[in-house]
Design a protein around this ligand. Structure first.
Ligand code: GDP
Length: 437
């Protein structure tokens, strides 16, 4: 029977935690930019000789404007980054392709990844790549073209090629996730430079292990190095090629138990990135990337994802016996592995979005608060100075008025006195005149 496996819709996706937080912090920074611009405009409009603001204070507010612009630019480029590591041919490229639901990265024999390849969403719907040694955009429309471009470059194994891919078929790219493929850890002597250049800003690491063998020392050593540089990196372990186990069903449970035990030991006791065994168990998955990729490509083409029905189409050309054998081989345990891959994707999405919000936006939030706080302080000092000035002006105005009042009264008194005096004098003069007559 066919099983319908619908892709997680954008609304349900835990990645929306990051997408929404990014939009919100961008909006807030938009408001902060306006506030700083308004404050600056106001400060510059004050009369130069007013003594209300010092030059240093003006510089503080003005420089915050520049800082906010810079932060907004960084914010617009912020994304969630996941890096995949593991030995050559464990299936890193196939895991990335499965998550992207499309064959984007070349994989398989002859396509060993020999530099870092970062796949992210393209803004204009075109697919192209930019390698570190040039600023040119090279168009790539197919996996073979990409493989060709990667082969012709003479980049070192720490170099980075950025692939920009249309987001319409890949929900992860639409939601701001970039996925980084790496050369096999077994072949590179440059692990330190890898960590410096590609790991320090990664939100999640996925170790793609081979379930047909146990974790190798090279794989473990790499993660010891990573965790010595980053405090508590988020690590997921995919035991890939789990479809191979289907051919030996009698050992399946035992093999799984052993792998799980060792991987959990590694995450809890050795690497110390998980606090408890049950937390670590949520980080380990048994999957078949190859099957998932094929199923998703089928699904996209409108074919049933379960290959049984595809095989039925062969009915006319192949004998029923062969069809039975093929169907058994392909479908055995397929659904379980597919669901486990989806379970991995869900937990991965939750982890990466929460971690990215914390690490990417926490700093910006603190800086934003400091910028707004500084500007507010300058404006408050200005308000304080202005009100002191107003009070002193009012006081001196009142003193002048009082003085005027006093003078007026004095004047009135003087006037009355003078009048009396003059009257008396007149009377005296009249008296003297009358006597003289
Ligand atoms: P990378 O070197 O780690 O990137 O490995 P690739 O993704 O190139 O895979 C190497 C080979 O393993 C390819 O031929 C894949 O088709 C095959 N492969 C990948 N994943 C699986 C899987 O889950 N099961 C099986 N059987 N083969 C796989």
């Amino acid at each position: 029977s066919s099983l319908s496996i619908s892709p997680t819709t954008a609304l349900q996706s835990p990645l929306q935690i990051f997408v929404r937080a990014k939009k919100r912090i961008n909006d807030i920074y938009g408001e902060v930019e306006l506030y700083i611009a308004d404050s600056c405009k106001f400060l510059l409009s004050l009369p130069k000789d007013s003594d209300l603001i010092t030059k240093d204070e003006l510089v503080v507010v003005d420089s915050h404007g520049e800082k906010v612009k810079g932060i907004r630019e960084v914010l617009s480029r912020d994304h969630m980054k996941v890096a995949f590591f593991g030995r050559t041919s464990n299936g890193k490229s196939t895991v990335i392709n499965s998550m992207l639901r499309e064959r984007i990265l070349p994989s398989g024999i002859g396509h060993t990844t020999n530099c870092f390849i970062q796949v992210g969403g393209s803004e204009n719907g075109e697919s192209y790549l930019i390698s570190e040694d040039s600023t040119d955009k090279k168009n790539v429309n197919s996996v073979s073209q990409l493989a060709h471009s990667l082969c012709t470059g003479s980049l070192g194994d720490s170099a980075l090629v950025r692939v920009y891919w249309p987001t319409d078929k890949c929900p992860l790219l639409r939601d701001d996730v970039v996925l980084v493929d790496s050369p096999g850890i077994d072949v590179s002597p440059n692990l330190d430079s890898w960590i410096d250049r590609h790991c320090l800003d990664a939100d999640v690491f996925v170790l793609v292990a081979n379930s047909e063998s146990t974790l190798m020392l090279t794989e473990k050593n790499f993660f010891f190095k990573v965790s010595s540089r980053l405090s508590k990196p988020n690590v997921f372990v995919l035991n890939n090629r789990w479809d191979a186990s289907a051919s030996e069903p009698e050992f399946l449970e035992e093999v799984r138990r052993q792998h799980l035990l060792r991987t959990v030991d590694f995450l809890v006791d050795e690497l110390k990135v998980c606090a408890t065994r049950s937390e670590a168990e949520q980080r380990v998955f048994f999957v078949s990337a190859k099957e998932v990729l094929q199923a998703r490509i089928n699904e996209f083409k409108g074919l049933p994802i379960n290959s049984r029905l595809n095989l039925n189409q062969l009915w006319d050309t192949v004998s029923p016996k062969i069809i039975d054998i093929l169907a058994g081989m392909i479908a055995d345990g397929f659904h379980g592995r597919y669901f486990e891959f989806q379970d991995f994707e869900r937990k991965f999405e939750e982890c990466i979005s929460k971690s990215a919000v914390r690490t990417k936006f926490d700093q910006h939030t603190k800086r934003g608060k400091a910028i707004v706080g500084d500007t507010r302080n300058v404006m408050e000092v200005l308000l304080e100075r202005a009100s002191v000035k107003r009070t002193t002006k009012c006081q001196s105005r009142r003193e002048v008025l009082d003085h005027l009042d006093f003078t007026e009264k004095q004047l009135q008194l003087v006037t009355v006195e003078m009048k009396d005096k003059i009257c008396k004098m007149v009377e005296e003069v009249e008296h003297k005149v009358s006597k003289a007559l």
